[in-house]
Design a binder for this molecule. Structure first.
Ligand code: ADP
Ligand code: SF4
Length: 592
């Protein structure tokens, strides 16, 4: 089966010589394989006449065409197609009773299309894109007997109500005005206001204006609003962004409890969280903007291992060129240089909040992971080290030049990604090691013609990381770079940050809550303890394992290792392993 897709945003007929049409072999033989629109000049491609030679893909100066061959087994599995050369979706995930169903894979592979179908707001056309009024009965007949078919019958009958927590909670303040209490009061269909605001730890925020909330607070408010709705299926799109590890575990418990009576689908890119949260996982793969394929559900452990391995054996498909592996840190050769910043006994008071620190230093070519609860002063401390904040007590060695990526990337840039990179970095991003290790590794090269304002959350994050790493500085500070990146992009970003620091002998502080990301990225850990908004203590940097132990002890979470993939896995609270490891003080174990 052949798929020919035109990336509308990239296609610019005024700036090319219609190379696709001019060089297409079937066109040259007189066949109407590519037809140029009289008015717009844009091509439409006939998938049946196309021979899949790929010449148009290579000739197009704006990288606007995708031609792919798909395995025949997908024949008859197409759920939806938007237009002749538009995106198409194969298969759907199944909202199963009494389970948390996870979806694992990049954005742009049709998960919103799938949600819309499962919620009944889009009737799939099974590929017949010209049919503007498709019938549910046809979709139902096309499916084998089973849970998905039964579910879609209920959708057709109007028996399914859905509630959804959207991905980008940072956009909420622009859309909703008023206080947290007002918003939650309006949606309290399950009459669980007090219980849920308490459980999510937001009962003290009810009088707060939505505009004043931090990322983590917005996330918990959005979770609460979704949980208060009365529905049959709950979709949670990236519930963990901006939450610290305590809050992530709290969300895990709440979602699992909900799944005892409701159907739940979760998209989550923090693999440690997805691992404890989901009962079953559908992997989604494909080509961004071209096609997306949901695999049948697998057990959580197996799905995550398969995903990290990068090869789907049942489908015989490679989704990544190399497996993602976890180092045994005892083996890691850290070749760090002289200290570039050191500090001791720092004190800083901000209103009711007080930060204190032990003694520490960061060295050349060292990547320091910064972990701890929200509101304990992680960003404040780093800004002090960077010389951007005054401090009330203690000492810091003289200031160094820093490059900073804030948590919230509020860009109002009116222009393309290419223009943004040029204006921030000059021309140096275009070639050399930086281009390979950062720009391409993060997929920023594919975003160049896109308007900055039209970037998705993950795309904006990737470009912002590239800009931060591309600036000339001694110390790089990245605040939650994993937010909105999919699991694969997180691993690429971790590697890009490490490589840049090693190659240029620079140092980085990376604040993040994703344990896999921190594990892959960090040489050492700066660990924060304390009570959010009241006081915080910074200790370290410690060697990674020692730091993880300290950090996880505070969070009362233990990890073991998967016996096959060697990835860290969270132990169920109070399980035998959890109790044993806690008694032994081995919170981040290398034992399986
Ligand atoms: P995800 O939610 O995984 O990011 P979506 O289902 O939103 O993916 O979209 C997948 C692709 O489908 C997008 O890249 C977009 O090009 C295409 N698409 C989405 N909605 C429409 C639409 N209404 N018309 C045409 N194409 C669409
Ligand atoms: Fe023509 Fe298909 Fe070859 Fe493109 S890939 S040039 S459309 S035959």
């Amino acid at each position: 089966m052949r798929v020919a897709v035109l990336k509308e945003d990239n296609c610019q007929p005024k700036k090319c010589n219609s190379e696709c049409h001019a060089f297409c072999p079937p066109v040259r033989n007189g066949q109407e394989c590519i037809i140029l629109d009289d008015r717009s000049g844009k091509p439409t491609i006939s998938e049946s006449l196309c021979i899949g030679c790929g010449i148009c893909v290579n000739k197009c100066p704006h990288d606007a065409l995708i031609i792919e061959n798909l395995p025949d087994e997908l024949d008859g599995e197409m759920m939806h197609k938007y237009s002749l050369n538009g995106f198409r979706l194969f298969r759907l995930p199944t909202p199963s009773k009494e389970s948390v169903v996870g979806i694992l894979g990049p954005n742009g592979m049709g998960k919103s299309t799938a949600f819309n179908a499962l919620s009944g707001s889009l009737t799939p056309n099974l590929g017949d894109w010209m049919n503007k009024d498709p019938e549910w009965s046809e979709v139902i007949e096309a499916l084998p007997k089973g849970e998905l078919r039964d579910f879609l019958i209920m959708v057709r009958n109007g028996e399914i109500k859905v509630a959804m927590k959207p991905q980008n909670v940072d956009r909420l303040p622009k859309r909703i005005k008023g206080t947290v209490g007002d918003l939650l009061g309006r949606v309290d269909e399950r009459k669980m206001f007090s219980e849920l605001t308490e459980k999510l730890g937001i009962s003290h925020l009810l009088d707060r204006e939505i505009q004043q909330l931090s990322g983590g607070e917005l996330q918990r408010m959005a979770m609460c609003a979704t949980l208060l709705r009365e529905a049959d299926v709950y979709f949670f799109d990236e519930p963990s962004s901006y939450l610290d590890i305590y809050e992530r575990m709290r969300i895990v418990r709440i979602i699992q409890e909900l799944s005892e009576t409701k159907r739940v689908i979760v998209i989550e890119h923090d693999l440690a969280v997805l691992d404890v949260l989901a009962d079953l996982i559908h992997i989604v793969y494909g080509k961004k903007g071209a096609f997306g394929i949901f695999t049948p559900a697998r057990s959580t452990r197996q799905a995550i291992n398969t995903y990290l391995d990068g090869f789907l054996p049942e489908q015989n498909v490679r989704i990544r060129s190399k497996p993602i592996t976890f180092l045994n840190h005892r083996d890691r050769q850290v070749d760090i240089g002289d200290p570039i910043v050191s500090w001791g006994g720092l004190e800083k008071v901000l209103g009711d909040f007080k930060l204190t620190s032990g003694e520490g230093a960061v060295h050349r070519a060292e990547v320091v992971g910064v972990v701890g609860p929200n509101g304990t002063g992680k960003s404040t401390m780093i800004k002090i080290l960077a010389g951007e904040h005054e401090y009330d007590g203690g000492w810091v060695s003289s200031g160094v030049k820093i490059s900073y990526k804030p948590q919230h990337i509020d860009v109002d840039f009116d222009g393309s990604v290419q223009f943004w990179l040029d204006s921030e970095l000059g021309h140096k991003w275009r070639s050399g090691e930086f281009n390979v290790n950062v720009i391409r590794a993060l997929g920023v090269d594919e975003l160049l013609p896109k308007k900055v304002k039209k970037l998705s959350g993950g795309e904006r994050q990737a470009v912002s990381i590239a800009i931060c790493l591309g600036r000339d500085a001694d110390l790089y500070l990245l605040d939650e770079p994993s937010a909105h990146l999919d699991a694969n992009a997180r691993m690429e970003a971790a590697k890009a940050i490490r490589r840049t620091m090693e190659a240029n002998e620079k140092s980085a502080f990376v604040i993040d809550h994703d344990v896999y990301f921190i594990d892959i990225l960090s040489d050492s850990l700066l660990v924060f303890e304390g009570e959010g908004g009241k006081h915080g203590v910074a200790q370290g940097p410690f060697r990674l394992r020692e730091g993880m132990n300290k950090f996880l002890k505070g969070a009362e979470i233990t990890f073991r290792r998967d016996h096959e993939s060697k990835r860290p896995r969270i132990n169920k609270a109070e399980s035998r392993k959890d109790r044993e490891q806690r008694n032994a003080g081995d919170y981040y174990s290398f034992q399986t």
